[in-house]
Design a protein around this ligand. Structure first.
Ligand code: NAP
Length: 458
């Protein structure tokens, strides 16, 4: 509720009416119970100086700055921090006891988004497309993380100029070339990451490169965000790349600004969901998320974290079965047999499916019964977690409670796992809406991938 104590924050720029910043900041204020209001003010170039001094006089607590004022605004501030000075642009101003301090949160916004997929950027090769303001912020962030940078820009001279600036300021080696298909395909072969820092993809249904140039495992960061997502990001997903949409940078730069404004970390999931709704990128629907997959594929650990991150309840279906029967799974298999276990599993899943807003880790064999698949598909989204048989066997090395692997040597376990996986494959394919590999990923990485997949796919 706004009242006379409400603190004011705003975004200045021209144009600003399309901005998503008010929605995400106001949602974050509300979630933390902070009495504040974030709005936009359209400011023409010739009115910038007057506006800044007026906002300062009015005691506005924080200001975000966008096109075309990010550079010009610096001369009206009392102090500009080093990162903002280095990239010669301010996007966040904090009013500290009447003094205006300028920061740039685009660097951290882009790098946080990228590091959500590549934890360690040291010695990774990044191609940065574009040589404008966003490219500079991305390059600075990547360089500080120790990445090797190759800038490709339509105007080659501008790429070279940016490279010189990076070399001078950060004492790092940066390569710079013109943007064309030959260079793209050549440098993509050895790249770990590609960052689109041009507006390509913003308006028309086009991408900066042919889909054929994309390859599995390549990380694609697109600074551009738009309603429905960009073609580059959609192509990247279907080619098996790891895709990071511009909305991730938007939220992370906003979250960093929010923290500078109020000294508290906002809930970035809430901010992201607000943005996704506005961009018509489907958010998680009310309903359950079912995690299916072979034992040892990570359903319980990922499920717990997923539920925590999405503020949903977590149900481990095997625990529910144990509660219903008063016996351990091992006991049910030994005393009543697998058939009886599968019957109880149907009952447990039916009960759980009616709850809603739950992440449900489902036993590995539940998909063998079409009734279970039907219930899951009707009441939520089904995510298949995958891991290679060798990894599964290694993960279950110390397990003594899995009836299907009980009493087997490692070689026998591997053979059994392979056989079961083969026979279950058609059932998994029938049940899943999406799939996520958990091999070589931390629980957090696998969880974030599910959130991303669930958030953007149909
Ligand atoms: P900018 O300073 O104007 O730079 C644009 C760059 O893109 C220039 O290097 C330009 O090349 C290149 N370019 C423009 N049109 C092109 C085309 N048709 N083909 C090839 N190259 C082209 O813009 P910016 O501030 O860096 O912003 C770039 C984009 O980033 C914006 O459109 C915006 O969507 C996005 N952005 C996103 C966020 C976020 O939070 N997600 C934040 C800031 C910006 P030349 O040098 O040859 O002109």
């Amino acid at each position: 509720m706004n009242n006379t104590n409400t603190k004011l924050y705003c975004l200045i720029g021209d144009p600003v009416t399309h901005s998503l910043s008010p929605a995400m900041h106001n949602a974050a204020f509300a979630a933390l119970g902070i009495n504040a209001l974030y709005t936009t003010i359209q400011v023409k170039k010739e009115k910038l100086k007057q506006t800044i001094y007026s906002l300062q006089a009015l005691g506005i607590k924080g200001i975000n700055v966008t096109i075309p004022h990010k550079i010009t605004v610096m001369k009206y501030l009392d102090y500009v921090d080093n990162n903002a000075k280095n990239i010669c642009a301010v996007n966040t101003i904090v009013n500290k006891n009447g003094k205006l301090i300028g920061y740039n949160t685009d660097i951290i916004g882009a790098i946080t988004a990228i590091k959500s997929k590549i934890k360690n950027l040291k010695n990774k090769t990044a191609i940065v497309i574009g040589a404008g303001g966003t490219s500079r912020a991305v390059c600075f962030g990547l360089a500080k993380e120790g990445a090797r940078i190759i800038i490709l820009n339509r105007t080659k001279k501008k790429a070279e100029k940016e490279a010189r600036l990076l070399r001078k300021t950060l004492k790092i080696d940066v390569q710079a070339y013109g943007l064309n298909e030959k260079n793209l395909s050549l440098f993509l072969q050895k790249a770990d990451l590609l960052c689109n820092c041009t507006p390509i993809g913003l308006n028309k249904e086009k991408s900066l490169m042919k889909k054929e140039l994309l390859r599995k495992g390549l990380v694609i960061f697109d600074a551009v965000y738009k309603v429905g997502g960009t073609k580059l990001i959609r192509d990247a997903r279907t080619a098996g790349c790891i895709a990071i949409g511009g909305e991730q940078m938007l939220v992370n730069q906003g979250a960093a600004a929010f923290e500078l404004f109020v000294g508290k970390k906002p809930d970035t999931e809430i901010m992201l969901n607000v943005i996704k709704k506005k961009l018509n990128i489907p958010c998680l629907q009310a309903g359950n998320i079912y995690l299916i997959g072979f034992m040892g594929s990570g359903k319980s650990s990922v499920g717990r974290l997923l539920a925590k991150k999405l503020k949903m309840n977590f149900i481990d279906l095997d625990n529910e079965i144990e509660k219903i029967t008063g016996k351990s799974i091992k006991q049910i298999f030994a005393e009543d047999g697998e058939e009886e276990f599968r019957e109880v599993e149907i009952d447990a899943l039916t009960l759980a499916s009616k709850k809603g807003n739950c992440v449900i880790a489902v036993g590995g064999g539940a998909i063998l019964n079409y009734l279970n698949t039907y219930r899951m598909r009707k009441s939520g989204k089904v995510v298949l977690l995958r891991a290679p048989p060798e990894v599964i066997v290694k993960r279950l090395e110390k397990e003594k409670t899995r009836p299907l692997l009980l009493g087997l040597s490692t070689t026998q376990r591997l053979a059994r796992t392979k056989k079961l996986l083969r026979s279950r494959e058609p059932f998994y394919n029938l049940a899943k809406n999406f799939e996520v590999q958990t091999n070589n990923k931390s629980t957090e990485q696998a969880t974030d991938e599910i959130i991303e997949v669930l958030g953007v796919a149909k």
